[in-house]
Each structure stands twice: as structure tokens, then as C-alpha cells.
Design a protein around this ligand. Sequence first.
Ligand code: GLY
Length: 390
Amino acid sequence: MVKKIFHLVLLATISFARWASAQDKTTSDIFALSEQQLKGMVAFLGDTNLSPRCTNHDGSIRLVRPNDWTSGFFPGCLWYQYEYSNDPYWRVQAEKHTRYIVREQFNGKTHDMGFKMYCSFGNGYRLTNNKEYKEILLQSAKTLITRYNPKVGCLRSWDHNADKWQFPVIIDNMMNLELLFWATRETGDSTYYRIAYNHALTTLKNHFRADFSSYHVIGYDTATGNVLQKHTHQGLHHESAWARGQAWGLYGFTMAFRETGDESFLEMATNIARYIINHQRLPVDGVPYWDFDDPSIPNAPRDASAAAVICSALFELSGYIENEKESFLKFAEKVFLSLSSAEYLAVQGTNNYFILKHSTGHMPKNDEIDVPIIYADYYFLEAALRREKK
Ligand code: GLY
């Protein structure tokens, strides 16, 4: 019996390896496809200041206003296309769609400032050195730190559901710290750095379970700084491991190590990576189900966006470690090739001009299930660029 199972597993592994190598795409294949998909999207959008987020239930493209947390990803994709191609056409398009969200620099009602502004203006500044972008980014950082509470040691994530949480902090919030680290580098003012560093330390302390999976939402008491709730909002239940949350943690602590050199952040990123890679319910292609604890696995929907974030993070993390460098790189490469296969990659001119298929945004709300979502595309293009530099 044991022998039979061993043979079955071996066969499945060999056929996956054969299938994957037959499908192998190069980085230039990916950018050739994204060029066509993005061109289609640019033409579809015309002069609207709305941004494409995902495919709706009825098959149409969901467009969102600049204040939506995902509004920076489409301009970000355009910047990555420009970075890869150096074609001035993409710079013009990226500048146009970046400009649409400029007012978000003053929006203090959300923690999503980094997602919105660093993926758009941040990439734009990195690639063009446009001084106006720098000022916009600095104002964005100033606005973001108004959400910091020194008693808690964190930036507040959401203002909604005030009846549930006094001061909610979600694991996703790690992603917004990059803007603050950048602001200290640019200005020499350590305020931004200290806030980002404290936020990461508090998250390290409170967001993780013994197995290094993370909670989605930690609710804090603003008077004492104590933890009141350990919850989920987008996962299956409070004790489950929501796949994208694990991805944000991995990416966030890798970036926090890059920015601070704090070894405890590197250790956490490494532990999260091990948790994901060795998970028994991770499919053989490395693209996770939307929640690692969904009892309907293997029939649960996948989340290609989580895979794209994990892939990009691991290309970076593998550069910081010696022992597991090869295994992390190998896994990142496997995920990249899976996402580049016909199962996940759009056929040119289809998929509502998005690049990847099969992401899951908000399962408990019955929304964005097994559809293309813009942030999957953004982190996939980022992963392709990082892979190219390896
Ligand atoms: N930051 C929200 C999400 O990951 O869906």
C-alpha cells in the first residue's frame, strides 16, 4: 500500500515537472503578453479616471474610484511595463493613470496609502526622478502617519466596523510601511522610520501563531495597547490561515528586513516562507487555495494573487539568506512557471485585459471569487522583473 502511494506521488511529481517545463515561459514572453493586455486595457479605459480592479459576477470589468485601495496597481503595472521595455509610450500611459489618483495623498481615512501611492508614484519616482512625485509621496507619508497610535505601537488599518474593533490592525498593513521607510531615506527625518519600525515590531509580537501562520485582524485597546481580539475578516474563520494574509506577511517582513537590517524580521520572513512552502494543503503547482484551512480543499478556489505576492517576495528573500537560498529560489521559480502556464495566464485579448486568472479577493463576502484581480498582475510583473535580475 505504502509502495503504491509512493509510486502515485512520484508519478504526479514527474508529470507536473514535465508539464511545467513544456509550458516554460521566459520573462520576455510574459512582457510581450502584458504589453498587449495593458494596451487593450488602456484603450478600454480611454480618459476615465477610474481604475480596473477585477471581473464582476456578470463578466464585466469592475472600475473603481481613486480612493479604492487597489487604485495604484494599474498605474503600477504600466510603470513596470515601462521599466521592462523603456518604451516612452508606456511612460506616457503610466504618467496619465498615475496622475488620476494624485488627491489620495491627502486621504487620511485609510491605511492603504502605500498600496495606492508607492505602487504608482513610488515606481514613477524611482524610474523618472520626477521631483513633483517626490513631494506627493512625502505628503502621502505625512498623511499616513496621522493614523499612528504610540500606545498601541501601530498604524490603524480600518475605520469601518467600529462596533467590532476599537483599533484594528491587519497583516496587510505591513505593505504600507515601505513608503515610510522611503520617506526617512529621502528627508533624513527619522519619524517615519520609527513609526514603521514600531509597527513591524508590534505586528511581529501579536499577529503570529506558534506555527508562524498569521491572524488577519488584531484589535487593540487604545488606552492600554493590549490585544482585545484576534480575528479574521477575509479568511474562513478566526483561527484559519487566509492565503493572501500569509503572503502579505512574507512580503512585508522581507521588506522590513531590507529597510532596517533587523534580524528578527528576517527570521520571521524565513519562518513564514517555510510555513507556506511546507504546507500539506499547498497544491503541487504552488498556487495556494484562498485559505489554507478551507475543508472543501481540493475543491476550494485558488488565489493567484497570493501566489504572485509570495513569488515576488521569495525572489527577494532568497537574496538575504544562505542556507535555504536554493530551496526558496526553486519554489519561487516553480510558482512563477505555474502562473505563466495556460492554467493561470490569459490568452491575449481575453480575460478582460487582465494578465492572470484565478484570484480570490473576498470569499466571505462572496465577491471576487476565482477571477482576474489587478494586484495579482502587479505582483506577477514585479516578480518577473525580480527574476530577470537574479
Ligand atoms: N488588503 C486587502 C486584501 O488583501 O484583500
